[in-house]
Write a protein that binds this ligand. Structure first.
Ligand code: ADP
Length: 266
């Protein structure tokens, strides 16, 4: 069983560039530089890396980080079999051998002793030492390390160490400008353009509620979810309440303020 998703992407994953991120990533790939995609959840980081893997014709191995993730989960382990033990590469080791793009999503969730395994892959050495076998794997051409990092999230509890973050070129992700976000919502949400524009306008007004204590503001992903419900026949306001508002807060006064904004939009 392969525990982590790995795929060669055949169809182009739709991605609308917002700045020069495609060109910069291509340069990083050509120059063997590791990349950090920085920004809140739901802003297109995963879609971007899928698109870049497709563009660069590299397999993509994605690892969702969590606080139980060990170095062995990344590098590999000996499996006990009836006739002895056998080494099995982890997803990082496979990516290094195969020259894949290895995407570690939400890397800050992983423990520090897990993250340090990445260090020798991010400098001129481009190697992965495997302590348990004594092997040192040299990264195949095309291998690239990409991490995503949400700076605001759990900032007081967890953060990336400077010794880790200075090994990456950082690309910032945030809300796309109005017109671009409307195109994305139309495409991904299967919506007509007027509805997409109205949803993005509503999203922008909801985002202003951050000043009134709304901790999580709606990202593009939620606008797309609302558009999908609308295009499948759910009444517009109901779709907004369910997909756009209710996930964001449990606070009665904030929910009321958000409902008022929906009612004023549609
Ligand atoms: P993240 O990895 O930052 O949490 P995702 O890549 O999963 O976010 O983005 C959420 C959704 O938003 C994607 O599935 C995609 O539909 C859409 N999206 C966001 N930004 C873009 C963009 N620039 N181009 C195309 N789709 C986008």
């Amino acid at each position: 069983m392969i525990p982590f998703p790995e795929h060669s992407l055949e169809a182009e994953p739709y991605y609308l560039p917002v700045g020069g991120e495609v060109e910069i990533f291509e340069q990083c790939h050509a120059r063997k530089l590791a990349v950090m995609l920085k920004g809140p959840t739901g802003c297109g980081k995963t879609r971007f890396v899928e698109h870049m893997a497709w563009r660069l014709k590299r397999p993509l191995i994605t690892i969702s980080c969590h606080d139980d993730l060990t170095a062995s989960d990344l590098v590999g382990r000996f499996l006990i079999r009836h006739d002895g033990t056998q080494w099995q590469d982890g997803p990082l080791a496979r990516a290094v051998r195969e020259g894949a793009i290895c995407y570690l999503d939400e890397v800050v969730e992983a423990r520090q002793d897990t993250v340090v395994v990445l260090h020798p892959l991010t400098d001129y050495r481009r190697v992965l030492p495997i302590d348990k076998t004594g092997e040192t794997i040299e990264a195949a051409p095309g291998f690239q390390l990409v991490i995503s990092y949400n700076p605001g999230y759990q900032r007081m509890l967890k953060d990336l160490k400077p010794s880790t973050r200075q090994r990456f070129v950082a690309l910032d992700f945030n809300f796309p400008p109005f017109e671009q976000e409307a195109h994305i919502v139309r495409h991904e949400g299967n919506a007509d353009y007027a509805t997409a524009q109205a949803l993005v306008g509503l999203g922008q007004r909801l985002r202003l509620l951050q000043d009134r204590g709304l901790a999580e503001v709606p990202r593009t992903r939620l606008l797309i979810a609302a558009a999908r419900l609308i295009s499948s026949g759910v009444p517009v306001k109901q779709a907004c309440y369910s997909a756009l508002i209710s996930p964001l807060s449990d606070d009665a006064s904030l929910l009321e303020a958000m409902r008022d904004l929906v009612d004023a939009t549609f």
